[in-house]
Design a protein around this ligand. Structure first.
Ligand SMILES: O=C(O)CCC(=O)C(=O)O
Length: 264
């Protein structure tokens, strides 16, 4: 089991409704991360990076069953031997469009998939997208991890369920806008502290119409300390984590042993 992991979070600006431009931009950023002297073990993308929130045209723009994304990421993983948590994309299926993360290992094998289960009404997601129906997990270098998307972090029950299932880190691709930076930082930090897990959150940056996305991708440790945080600009946020810290924190304050679920 590999305990120390180097992470690269691709905090990109997304061209709304332009998958070609987004695939090209992402490829450049992936190549830059892979060429980094401290080569990452895992690369993480933001939410809906292929289309952005082009919701009124989403049916035509969505990637059918993620086939283009899967081929694109698989060949990158095979070439560079890096795990990829491929953000989320607009994924077209027969019954509609889902907001889905696909995860891949160093060989390009798919290790997990998760479709957002809490759709965000403030941005009309529920009018255009279908909701997922199960939590998302993946195995990464012998460790269990969970996946949540953006608005999901307002639902502590989901993170707790993933932690109880064995997750030691949580990946959170997002498109979280101003003016709720305080909510973003606080909710991510709370999920890390209460579940004594690493939280790896990759947000987009840039504008979409009147909405401004603030970036501030974050890596937070199981003690609630911020390991790394980006600013607002388009960037790659690098961080190194040691998964041994999860067990150390869980044995120092044994929250999971002290739970009284029969009472609440
Ligand atoms: O919960 C929030 O404030 C932001 C959520 C969001 O933007 C999303 O889920 O796309």
């Amino acid at each position: 089991m590999k305990q120390r992991l180097r992470l690269a979070l691709l905090q990109m600006d997304i061209a709304v409704g332009e998958p070609e431009a987004n695939f090209a931009k992402l490829k450049t950023m992936m190549e830059e991360a892979a060429a980094c002297e401290e080569k990452p073990d895992v690369i993480v993308f933001p939410e809906m990076w292929n289309t952005g929130y082009a919701l009124t045209e989403i049916t035509g723009l969505a990637d059918s069953y993620g086939s283009r994304t899967k081929a694109f990421v698989k060949s990158f993983c095979e070439q560079h031997r890096i795990h990829v948590v491929a953000g989320s994309i607009a994924e077209g299926r027969e019954d509609g469009v889902y907001n889905t993360i696909f995860a891949f290992d160093r060989d390009g094998n798919e290790t997990g998939a998760y479709s957002k289960i809490h759709l965000f009404r403030l941005m009309d997601e529920e009018k255009y997208l279908k909701e997922g129906d199960k939590p998302g997990t993946l195995r990464l270098e012998g460790t269990d991890a969970g996946m949540m998307i953006c608005y999901d972090i307002r639902f502590p029950e989901l993170a707790r369920k993933l932690a109880l299932g064995g997750a030691k880190l949580l990946f959170v691709p997002a498109e979280w806008p101003h003016p709720r930076l305080h909510h973003w930082r606080t909710l991510l930090t709370a999920r890390a502290i209460e579940n004594q897990m690493f939280v790896v959150a990759c947000n987009r940056t840039g504008r979409s119409g009147d909405t401004a996305f603030f970036g501030h991708s974050m890596v937070i440790d199981p003690w609630g300390e911020t390991v790394a945080e980006a600013g607002e600009e388009e960037t790659i946020l690098y961080a190194e984590i040691d998964l041994a810290l999860v067990d150390a924190v869980r044995s120092k304050i044994p929250v999971f042993e002290d739970r009284r679920p029969a009472l609440y």
